[in-house]
Design a protein around this ligand. Structure first.
Ligand SMILES: Cc1cc2nc3c(=O)[nH]c(=O)nc-3n(C[C@H](O)[C@H](O)[C@H](O)COP(=O)(O)O)c2cc1C
Length: 209
């Protein structure tokens, strides 16, 4: 936690602010109590309406500029992101008084070594939801978990999960812009970094908060 009475070292330093942002994002993948563990991921639907939902951050890498999420390949967000791959991600760390907005493009991957590894590394309990018989978001005449009756309230075995694997996908987010807002009584600080593909560098600018 930082105090507003003594500004942190990154307060007036673009490079340190950028590093601080990734210092919050990256550990969020493994730290359940971190606000970065459950960011809001935004896409745009066919009507042009922003669609926001909470997702669990599974991996983040500042060098690769990439975030990994898991999802059901039948879900509406997958269809939307296939039509329009622009994605935005929002995190707010109240203790650090930091809002981070990430922008980039989404890639969906259903097959291959990375997906197999992500599937195997997930707990059987986490993978159970991919056993749902119908696609997420479809209507139902009755209240339901969507799971087949034989697995309701039970932990599935590896064998029972075999058919669920086809519904599992990785959502990769390649980040090309990161916006920072630090709240302080001494004066807020706002900055934006944009990835320069030609130069292969991030370029940052201060913004009026
Ligand atoms: C704490 C929390 C974590 C969630 N994690 C995920 C996740 O990792 N992947 C996912 O697809 N949905 C996750 N969800 C559900 C989504 O928020 C959303 O309801 C669902 O994916 C349907 O989104 P869609 O209709 O836009 O496709 C999570 C919800 C909550 C509340």
């Amino acid at each position: 936690m930082t105090s507003n009475s003594s500004p942190p070292d990154y307060y007036d330093d673009l490079d340190l602010s950028f590093a601080k942002a990734w210092d919050l994002i990256e550990p969020g993948a493994n730290k359940r109590t971190s606000p970065a563990h459950t960011p809001v991921v935004g896409s745009v639907n066919a009507s042009g309406l922003a669609q926001l939902r909470v997702m669990v951050l599974r991996e983040a890498d500042r060098t690769l500029r990439c975030l990994r999420f898991h999802t059901d390949s039948r879900s509406p967000k997958v269809g939307d992101l296939k039509n329009n791959n622009l994605v935005s991600i929002l995190m707010y760390d109240a203790a650090e008084k930091l809002q981070l907005r990430l922008f980039g493009t989404a890639r969906l991957e259903s097959n291959g070594a990375a997906v197999d590894a992500a599937w195997t590394e997930s707990t059987t309990f986490a993978r159970r939801c991919y056993l749902a018989e119908s696609a997420p978001g479809l209507t139902s005449n009755v209240p339901t978990s969507g799971l087949p009756a034989w697995i309701e309230g039970k932990q599935p075995s590896e064998m029972q999960l075999t058919e669920a694997r086809a519904n599992f996908a990785i959502l990769w987010c390649d980040i090309t812009e990161l916006e920072w807002l630090y709240l302080a009584n001494s004066g807020h600080r706002r900055a934006r970094w944009t990835w320069d593909e030609a130069q292969q560098v991030w370029s940052g600018r201060w913004l009026i908060p």
